[in-house]
Design a protein around this ligand. Structure first.
Ligand code: SF4
Length: 299
């Protein structure tokens, strides 16, 4: 197969993958929802979980998106510096979104700002969003594909704290959001927190935190402890599934961090919803692929 044919095949593979993640939740999310259901004792909370699982079964059976808001498509790349198709990737990923929009199908969620019209393709200026990370001495490509809905993660919030506010200030920032508009997303939530040096670095880390598998922890033990403390605190709010009250509010709290200027603490929060539609796929240098987020699926 020549290079052009390989690229066309990769475009269709990614188009099918984006379509798939809108219909089938990743294994870690399904496992966590199953676990959380067992921790609820009210009839309302368990009935809502049952409806969620039925919704997932029907999405698979009827081949339809699991939520009507299929979001803005965002790609988080870890691209090996020796991956041979680097220059083609933006076009491949953009065209894969068009494929998924037509074939999944996906809701039309790309409105050109200022001109205020919907392109009808999920493609516009800057959409889909593509975030790059280059990996030295590697020839593989890892992609986290994510559907960012109008309730989940798009209404994130970032700010810069004075250093004297410390980690208490970070905690207050996160809990203020969780007790107010964090509820834009349908609980149980996956909470991504970025702790960095500025609004833009913290904001991107808060989104990357949501690409981590549920149950994983920050490699820094202090940060991991803060993840647990925040999880315990947010659970005490008692949101329950769909915010209708219950014992648990979150699927997890993930913190990603970077070094910071001594005079600032950048902090950001992005909240994923129970229908956390993300998928992880890895391509080798010959474009053979492996899906690691969803077991037992075929494209
Ligand atoms: S928050 Fe999630 S589940 Fe709720 S409407 Fe938005 S995409 Fe759907």
């Amino acid at each position: 197969m020549n290079n052009q044919s390989k690229i066309e095949e990769m475009t269709i593979t990614m188009g099918k993958f984006v379509s798939l993640i809108g219909k089938i939740l990743p294994d870690d999310v399904m496992n966590k929802l199953t676990e959380l259901r067992t921790q609820e004792d009210s009839r309302l909370a368990t009935a809502i979980y049952s409806t969620m699982f039925e919704n997932q079964n029907l999405a698979r059976e009827l081949n339809r998106p699991s939520c009507q808001d299929t979001g803005v498509i965002q790609f988080f790349l870890k691209c090996g510096e020796n991956f041979p198709y680097i220059g083609k990737l933006e076009k491949v990923l953009t065209e894969s979104v068009l494929y998924a929009t037509e074939n999944a199908p996906l809701r039309h969620n790309s409105v050109q700002t200022f001109d205020e019209y919907n392109t009808g393709k999920n493609i516009g200026k800057g959409t889909p969003s593509i975030f790059w990370e280059m990996i030295p001495d590697s020839d593989t490509l890892e992609i986290d594909a994510y559907m960012a809905g109008g309730g989940c993660t798009l209404p994130g919030k970032a700010g810069v704290l004075m250093p004297g506010m410390g980690y208490e200030g970070v905690t207050e920032f996160v809990l203020d959001i969780m007790t107010s508009y964090g509820l834009n997303a349908c609980p149980p939530l996956l909470v991504g927190v970025g702790v960095a040096t500025s609004v833009e670095t913290a904001a991107l880390l808060s989104k990357k935190a949501l690409m981590r598998p549920i149950g994983s922890h920050n490699e820094n033990e202090r940060a991991a402890k803060m993840e647990q403390l925040l999880e315990d605190g947010i659970n005490k709010i008692g949101l329950g599934p769909q915010g209708m009250s219950g014992n648990k509010s979150v699927m997890g709290v993930h913190i990603e961090n970077s070094a910071r200027h001594p005079s600032t603490i950048g902090v950001a929060v992005s909240t994923g919803c129970w229908s956390h539609r993300r998928g992880h796929i890895v391509f080798d240098h010959e474009l053979n692929y492996t899906i690691t987020s969803h077991s037992g699926v075929e494209l």
